[in-house]
Structure formats: C-alpha cells, structure tokens
Write a protein that binds this ligand. Sequence first.
Ligand code: MG
Length: 240
Amino acid sequence: MKKWLSALLLMVALACGVDAQVIRGGMPDPSKPTRPPAVDYKGPAGSDIPNLDVVKKQIIAYHDSGKWDDDISKITDDARRHLEARRAAVSKPALVLDIDETALSNWHYFNDHDFAVLPGPITKWLSESRDTQIAGTGNLFRFAVSKQVAVFFITGRKESLRAATEKNLENAGYNGYTALHLEPEAYKDESVIGFKSSTRRDIQAKGYTILVNVGDQESDLAGGYAEKTYKLPNPMYFLP
Ligand SMILES: [Mg+2]
C-alpha cells in the first residue's frame, strides 16, 4: 500500500476512534488488557439498549475491583451515622435490613450461573445457606446491636426458606437480631412493597421507631414507615 494511503487510512481510523495498533496490523499490547467499553456504550442501531455481554463484564469488573463493596460501605457508613445521631432520641430505636444483596451476597450463585435467575437452581442455592456477609452491612449490623438498636430483617424470601435463612445469617455473622420476617407462602402480589411496608407498620405499632431501612431495591424502601432509607447498588437484577 502506498505510504500516503496508509497514513490517510490511519488518520481516518483515529478520527473514528479505532485503535491505531489494530490498524497498523500489530498485535494487541498485553500490558493494555482489553476492557469493555465505558458505561455510556450505545446499543444496536444507536438505541440505548446496552449489550448484555458487555454489561456482564462490567458487573464482574465492578465486583472484582472492590468498587461495589466500597460503594456499599459508603452508604452503610451514612446509615450508621444516622443511627448514632438519632438512637438516643427515641425509646425503641430500630434498624430494618433486607437480606439478598443487602446483608448477604449471592455473588457465587450469579457468577456460576451467568447471572441467570433460574427458579430451581436459585432455590437450591438459597437452601444451602452459603451466602456471604456484605461487609458494610455487617459493620452497620454490629454497630446497631452494640448500641441496643433492634435489628429486623425483612426479606422477599418465602417462609419455607426460614430455617436455611436463619442458618445462613448465623453462618455469616449476623447474631443478635430481634426478628426475621419472611414473605408468607400465600402472598401473591407481584410487588414486595405491600408485604414489606405492612411489616414495618406492624413493627412500629409495637412501639419501635425505624430510624434506618436499607435495601438494594427501591421496592425494599417504598411505602413509608422509616425515618431514612438507604438504597444499595445492585446491577444484577430488578425486583418490583
Ligand atoms: Mg435484596
């Protein structure tokens, strides 16, 4: 190829954002690992739909880099400060925690199953009580227990998973909580909001003041009955 034509093609390629190394026909530089595009990646035909494989790689990088845990810890530290500031001002202070992707991490399940929520395998996984503690939430939990703030777990897991869930909470270091509320088998609403908010209402009816409610889904937090709510990041799934 003529030199001027090569130079012209290279300039065009650079203008289009193509890696000059590829255009030059060189091997990829191993010191520069291939990274997925940034989060503003545009999907097919210019739509805003992200590419599923790219998103999976981004989630793995978010987890493996420690950034996910760091983001959670910043939020749970804020929640701890609110408990600290308010706990003495009410007679029965309380903390409400969701379980999955809030207190306990299902990372190993999702990583092993390519992020698919498969009813059979995920029920089997949950019944094995192998979830690990999410560190930021663990710190918040221990702070609450040490300061006589009552801790209530409210989860969309069904009542049939009670024994496995109690065992998993214990295995992961959550000891000393006041109560664990699981979704009744008969609850059929598509959204958990009705179950979770009515459970918080019942807790407050017993004289508790829920100072802090923490969850990874907006539906964990909607419906009131908490002084402050804290939403943790979860890029893996959405629950109404
Ligand atoms: Mg959750």
